[in-house]
Each structure stands twice: as structure tokens, then as C-alpha cells.
Design a protein around this ligand. Structure first.
Ligand code: F0G
Length: 461
């Protein structure tokens, strides 16, 4: 707080254009939810009042970014916007080589194809859906090495994104370092509730992996939000800028996959960035197969320009303070209503503990999926399941049963106001008041991959 004379997290921007929202009534919402098979992913956006499905690709761009869109150089090869983006990634993050991709999973696909061989083990600080799937499709196996505290919604550890080095050591002993192509490290661990990793932990991991010759690949999707928590909570970083902390995090890793749709404030885009020339050469070759030429990677020139500008804006102290401030405002409001949420409050949304909210519904009946549907029915607020449906099935066909059964109220960046936050918290409180009457769901359609996107459900009687 010291860097700012104001106590409030008020937005460091004002509105120049607004998008009108459609209001719905309970009859319309009931019909919409039934048609969507009780899956909030299958709702039409038009039927949603406040959309907290995700913070991915839902940010409001700045006037500068929109101006940048007009400066798109739509050449097939060598667009000037690519060079601007390349220079920005080097300047802000410090990685040497850049491969643009259409979004994060495009980068994950290319990276996994290059680094993961059949039988490899990829340890990481909690899985992310698409990241793990690409590792598995390349023949690898993900192993969770996050600290135990991360799996406990009530544990107030300030850095629940930290790696448990003993868990890693056990894997290295069991499989040998040669079977571990890299450690997959996310900043602001999404599935744990937007929880940060500390610089201290990352440094310890770096020295351990240096000893064993293992790479660290950084899922830097929400790195600026992680940097904010380091600044607030970690000794020695109080006076550092977000920009400095972001740079230091990146420096401790060997490469990164980025979904620029989050931190970097664009509606589409991502990249793979590496320091290793050989990996880069291979990635540059593969990107033409899956994404597009290496100077556009599935993006228009204008998208790359907006991304370059967005990256600069994303590391501004004032931006990130307001961004996380708004999330914390919502979380505190929910806690006042007695709603069980993951603590500490994370960087990109509020994660409601569905096991506690609906203790009478067993995990087999999808409590988080149920709760997301109920919130929509109450108010038209759309949230996302992050529990047993998202976790999917193992290669053997068995369900993963994650400890965390959560509903994510994800806050898009620079989109909603404080009054919207009040509406959201009040809706959650209303549903909580009648939680005992809520019944679970039965899955009636299950796609093979990433089932949460398209699965359909029916209400249990
Ligand atoms: N890594 C993390 C930590 C993510 O949160 C996401 C996307 C990705 C990688 C994949 O990036 O969507 O651009 O292909 N998360 C979104 C979400 C979908 O809603 O949390 P992508």
C-alpha cells in the first residue's frame, strides 16, 4: 500500500464506452439452464448478466490497445507487430526467443511435443487441465508436487503455490532426473485458487534443479498477479516494482508458456518463450504445422500489437493493485456473509468451497457443478466448476477425485464495477441460505477430452 497515497483500490482508468447487459427473469434462466444441460459452459453469453466464467480473453482493452489494433501490419511474414511483441517479451520478461501462438494451449502443445517423451514424468505445482492433457498426450505423466497446504481450502499459508521439494526429491530418486524433462511451474496457481509461489521457494527449486540438470518451464499466465502477492507478503520485496519482480521470476526459469488472454489483457493470443536455442529452433519448426508461420503463430498482426501493449500495462503497479483489490473486495464481502471460500483470497477470482457449501451432496453428484448452476438460476451470474468434472479421468479411465471441489467466481480485468461485486456476493448469500434444499446432478453426456467444457447433466430428484 505504501506506493500509493490512496487507501482505496479504485480503478486507475475511466469508462469511454460501455456494453449493455441483458437482464433475465427466473423463468428465462430456468429454461436456459435446462437447455445448457446444467453446464455453465453451454449457456449462451446473451443469457448471462455478470459473466464470471473466466478471466480468460474477457478483459477490457485500453484505448492504447485499441489504437494499436489499428496499427496492425497484416503481412503473412515478418509483421512489424511481431517484432514489437518480441522486443516486449525480451524487455518485460527477459526470455530470449519468442514463438507466438493463438493461445496458451497452442504453446503447451508445441512445448510438450518437443520436450516430453513416452514414459517421462512432469512434476508440477498442481495440474492445469490443458497443460496436463498436452503432457499426457505426448506420453508423459504429471505428478503433483505442490505443498499439502494447497489442497486445504482453509489453510492460510501465504504461498500455497509453493513446491514441496521433498515430494520432488522422491520423484527424482524413484525415476531418475533423466526421466524428468522439466518441472512445470505455474505462477498464481489457478486450480489452487489463484495462489502464489514465493520467490524464496522458486530460488530453492532453481538451485535444486540446477544440481540435477532439470529445466523449469513457467506457466506465466498470471505472473503479474503472483508478483503482486510477493510484493505484499514476501520480505525484501516491499519496495520492488511489479515489473522488477516479474523479471526476477522469469529469470529463475528456462522458458514459459503464456496464455496472454489473462494477465496480458487481450482477448486472444499467447506464446512460447525459451532461452534454449535448440528448443527454439524445433519450436519454430513445429509452430508452422500447428499454428501458423513463426512470425504470427495463428494471430493477426493487430492481435500481436494489442498483446505487446497489454504486457506493458499488465505490470503497472496501479493496474495490478486495483485488479487484485477488486477480487479481495468480493472475497471479503462473501466471507462477511459466511460463505466458505478458499483462503487466502487469490489473484483472479473467488473460489467457493462447494464441499462445505453443499455438505450433503457427495462428490459423485458434482457439488461444484450443482452450485454453479444454482448461482446462475438465482441471479444470472455465470461461474465455473473447478472440481471433479474439471479433473476428468486418468489414462486408466478412473475418475480423478480432487480434494478441492470449487466454484470459481473469476473476475475479468477492468470490466465490472464494485456494485457488480455486491450483486455477486448477495446472490451467493441467497443461494447459501437455501443450500439444504439443493439436490445434486447426474452426468448424462461425457466427452472424451476436457469433459467440463461440453458435459451435460440432469438434476437428481
Ligand atoms: N495455463 C493456465 C494456468 C490457465 O489458466 C490456462 C487457461 C491455460 C494455461 C491455457 O491457456 O486457454 O489460452 O489455451 N485458463 C482458462 C481459465 C481457460 O478459464 O482458467 P488458453
Amino acid at each position: 500500500m505504501k506506493h500509493n497515497i490512496y487507501k482505496s483500490w479504485a480503478e486507475p482508468y475511466k469508462m469511454k464506452m460501455v456494453e449493455l447487459l441483458k437482464m433475465t427473469n427466473p423463468v428465462q434462466r430456468k429454461k436456459a439452464m435446462q437447455e445448457a444441460g446444467y453446464n455453465t459452459f453451454l449457456l449462451k453469453s446473451e443469457d448471462v448478466y455478470i459473466d464470471l466464467l473466466t478471466d480468460s480473453g474477457t478483459s477490457a482493452m485500453s484505448d492504447r490497445q485499441w489504437a494499436g489494433m489499428m496499427m496492425g501490419d497484416e503481412a503473412y511474414a515478418g509483421s512489424r507487430n511481431f517484432y514489437h511483441l518480441e522486443e516486449t517479451v525480451k524487455d518485460i520478461y527477459g526470455y530470449k526467443y519468442l514463438i507466438p501462438t493463438h493461445q496458451g494451449r497452442g504453446a503447451e502443445n508445441i512445448l510438450s511435443k518437443i520436450l516430453v517423451k513416452k514414459g517421462d514424468i512432469i512434476p508440477g505445482n498442481m495440474y492445469f487441465t490443458t497443460t496436463r492433457l498436452h503432457q499426457e498426450l505426448a506420453g508423459g505423466k504429471f505428478e503433483d508436487i505442490i505443498i499439502d497446504e494447497a489442497h486445504d481450502p482453509d489453510n492460510e499459508h501465504p504461498f500455497k503455490g509453493n513446491v514441496d521439494l521433498n515430494k520432488l526429491e522422491r520423484l527424482v530418486k524413484k525415476y531418475g532426473a533423466k526421466k524428468i524433462p522439466y518441472i512445470s511451474i505455474a505462477t498464481s496457481v489457478n486450480m489452487a485458487g489463484g495462489q502464489p509461489i514465493s520467490m524464496k521457494n522458486l530460488k530453492e527449486l532453481r538451485s535444486y534443479t540446477n544440481k540435477h540438470g532439470i529445466r523449469i518451464i513457467h506457466d506465466m499466465t498470471r505472473v503479474a498477479e503472483n508478483a503482486y502477492f510477493i510484493r505484499q507478503r514476501e520480505k525484501g520485496y516491499e519496495r520492488c516494482s511489479i515489473k522488477e519482480i516479474v523479471k526476477e521470476i522469469c529469470k529463475l526459469t528456462d522458458g514459459a508458456t503464456m496464455s496472454a488472454k489473462k494477465d496480458a489483457l487481450v482477448n486472444i493470443g499467447g506464446f512460447l518463450a525459451v532461452n534454449d536455442r535448440e528448443v527454439f529452433e524445433e519450436a519454430r519448426n513445429l509452430v508452422v504445422v500447428y499454428e501458423g508461420l513463426h512470425t504470427y503463430g495463428g494471430l493477426a498482426g493487430r492481435d500481436m500489437e494489442a498483446m505487446a501493449i497489454g504486457i506493458h500495462e499488465s505490470v503497472s503497479n496501479d493496474h495490478i493493485r486495483a485488479r487484485v483489490g477488486q477480487v479481495i473486495y468480493l472475497g471479503e464481502k462473501m466471507m462477511e456473509f459466511g460463505i466458505p471460500i478458499v483462503k487466502p483470497i487469490g489473484g483472479h477470482g473467488i473460489f467457493v468451497d462447494a464441499k462445505k457449501f453443499l455438505p450433503h451432496i457427495p462428490q459423485e453428484e458434482f457439488p461444484a457443478q450443482t452450485l454453479a448452476a444454482e448461482i446462475y438460476l438465482d441471479s444470472g451470474v455465470r461461474t465455473m466448476e473447478r472440481g471433479v468434472v474439471s479433473a476428468g479421468r486418468k489414462a486408466t479411465g478412473e475418475n480423478y477425485y480432487p480434494k478441492l471441489e470449487l466454484v470459481r467466481f473469476t473476475i475479468p480485468r477492468r470490466v465490472y464495477t464494485q456494485a457488480h461485486m455486491d450483486v455477486i456476493a448477495e446472490s451467493a448469500a441467497r443461494v447459501y441460505e437455501r443450500h439444504e434444499q439443493i439436490k445434486g446432478l447426474k452426468m448424462i453426456y461425457e466427452p472424451k477430452y476436457l469433459r467440463f467444457f461440453q458435459a451435460r447433466f440432469e438434476r437428481l430428484k
